[in-house]
Write a protein that binds this ligand. Structure first.
Ligand code: KIV
Ligand code: ZN
Length: 563
């Protein structure tokens, strides 16, 4: 029997909102961040966190600057209860951080929740019940009035119980669970009942949290629901409107972002998105989205590697290498054209100008990443990546024609071995192929007399012994080419020659690159030497050594020439 049948599903209802405002809004500031790592995130783990892991994750959240942290469901779980007690008794809650705990709308559970929080300076008590038709009809066997009564009663018990602990500054939070699948007018009606119990004021607001418990539609539909709610609920000025999105369709971050446009003040989520099923909204991604738009996220995300390490250690879930903003590979370009563009932009990007580097939406250094990781070379890479690595790692500024030749060699090597070619291997290939300083011809010495028309005496070592040549011409290279032509009768033309210092200071070395023709055959060579003239002669000699078969492989000719 065939199960894959789209006719089993239907699109969710569409809210008629011809005057919706959110598409024309933009985010101006970071929302209030609320972490649910230790509750929703923990609840979704195959193996829930132990005490040490919870403490570690708590410490990380506090260091990052999260000010509202849901730490568990203390009435339903003894480890959660104990953790809350530890936070309070060991005085672990900084003055600007508020703990939050979740509880169902049941009196015994609410009572136990307040016991867990006794002595806390501040706390958010988060009560919820499910409101969607399928939950009302099929799970609770109730109706609209019945489910609203559960919410109202829960809110009342929370208010009454809180009165027994006047030393704590309480904030009440209510979630109509399964909000995205709830009729909007009914969600408002239930929340009105709760708000009436709590009587919030602008000075002492309550939190209404709208969960996409299951993400059932596209983010724009969620934004419509949030805007509709925000514009139909009473006492909006006494409410903190919060959203809590899950990632069933992969849109949790987008939905939260659009919900901010639609009027939400607060966002619940987890670091890197751990949570039920496909996860909760990823706080790091949303915060970095804001950061990349020039908005202060209000969280210190400058050390993402610490976040990756602590989260994966506490959840047992590794982070995908392409995870937005913080994955291991996200500032790495494999494609040649991308590498080329990055290379060009990085050269022009100045430290104090607005960031605009192609393919790099932010400066990786902001996250403690370095350019080391920006370019890696494989068979898809072109000359740009190779040139970048040679310059960055070895200070060698290859001319374009040499970049092309080296990139072809690197590509062949990568295709043969499969996979990435690292910087040292690229440098080794460069030396093996272009810096032919081991012969067959080696420069063993030279004397250059410079007085307008240059004369040179060059001593060359060969397998057959040493040979001295004499020539004259324009500059060291002109004179050397003349000497070679006189000795061996080969016609040599210099098509291009470039040189530069490697590094700075008096002990900087010189790099030289020569592109010549030997009896009409194009060949290139390169050299690195302490002095510029030596480097230039060796670069030409390296090209001659490479000129196959005339010189390099024809040992008989070579010996005859040397005789
Ligand atoms: O996803 C959800 O609906 C929840 C609620 C308890 C807020 O986690
Ligand atoms: Zn949730």
């Amino acid at each position: 029997m065939m199960h894959f049948d789209h006719r089993k599903y239907q699109p969710g209802p569409v809210l008629a909102m011809p005057h919706r405002q959110w598409p024309d809004c933009s985010i101006q500031q970071a929302p209030i961040w609320a972490s649910v790592d230790l509750r929703d995130g923990n609840q979704a783990l195959l193996e829930p966190m132990g005490v040490a892991q919870k403490r570690r994750l708590w410490g990380l959240l506090v260091r990052l600057g999260v000010k509202e942290i849901e730490v568990g469901f203390p009435a339903a779980s003894q480890p959660d209860f104990d953790f809350v007690r530890w936070l309070i008794e060991a005085d672990q809650i900084p003055a600007d951080v508020t703990v939050q705990v979740l509880v169902q709308a049941r009196q015994d559970l609410i009572r136990r929740t307040f016991e867990a929080l006794a002595g806390a300076p501040r706390a958010i008590v988060h009560v919820y019940n499910s409101t969607s038709p399928v939950q009302r009809d099929w799970v609770f066997g109730s109706d609209r009035e019945g489910v609203k009564a559960i919410a109202r009663q829960g809110a009342r018990w929370v208010r009454e119980e809180a009165a027994n602990y006047p030393q704590t500054h309480w904030t009440f939070q209510y979630s109509p669970e399964s909000f995205t699948a709830t009729e909007p007018d009914y969600a408002v009606e239930v929340c009105e009942a709760v708000i009436a119990e709590w009587a919030p004021t602008p000075d002492h607001p309550c939190i209404i949290n709208l969960p996409a418990t299951v993400e059932v539609a596209s983010p724009n539909r969620f934004a419509d629901q949030v805007e509709w709610f925000a514009t139909h609920i009473s006492r909006r000025d006494a409410l903190i409107l919060s959203v809590h999105t899950h990632n069933d369709r992969g849109g949790a971050v987008a939905a939260a972002e659009l919900a901010l446009l639609a009027g939400a003040d607060r966002v619940e989520g987890t670091l890197l998105g751990n949570g039920e099923r496909t996860g909760n909204m990823d706080l790091v991604t949303l915060a970095m989205n804001l950061y990349s738009q020039g908005i202060d996220p209000g969280l210190d995300l400058s050390r993402p590697d610490e976040i990756l390490a602590v989260v994966s250690e506490c959840t047992g879930i590794p982070t995908h290498p392409r995870h937005p903003w913080v994955g291991e590979l996200v500032y790495t370009a494999f494609s040649g054209s991308h590498q080329d563009a990055i290379h060009k932009c990085l050269k022009r990007q100045s430290a104090d100008a607005p960031w605009q580097v192609a393919y790099l939406p932010i400066d990786p250094r902001d996250l403690g990443r370095t350019y080391q990781e920006v370019v890696r070379v494989n068979s898809q890479s072109g000359k740009g990546g190779v040139a970048f690595v040679m310059e960055r790692e070895h200070g060698l500024n290859l001319p374009r024609w040499l970049q092309i030749e080296l990139a072809q060699i690197v590509q062949r090597e990568s295709e043969r071995d499969g996979g990435e070619i690292d910087g040292p291997r690229i440098h080794q290939l460069f030396r093996e192929h272009f810096v032919r300083d081991q012969g067959p011809w080696r420069l063993t010495g030279y004397r250059l007399a410079r007085n307008g028309h240059d004369r040179i005496e060059v001593r060359l070592g060969t397998p057959a012994g040493e040979r001295t040549l004499h020539g004259e011409g324009q500059g060291a290279i002109g004179a050397f080419v003349d000497a070679w032509t006189r000795a061996f009768g080969q016609s040599i033309q210099v098509l291009d020659y470039q040189e530069h210092a490697i590094g700075e200071g008096t002990d900087a070395e010189a790099a030289a690159y020569a592109l010549i023709t030997v009896d009409g055959e194009r060949v290139s060579g390169a050299a690195i030497d302490r002095d510029v003239a030596g480097a230039s002669l060796q670069a030409v000699l390296a090209a001659l050594n490479r000129s196959v078969p005339t010189v390099v492989h024809d040992v008989a000719t070579e010996q005859a020439l040397a005789a």
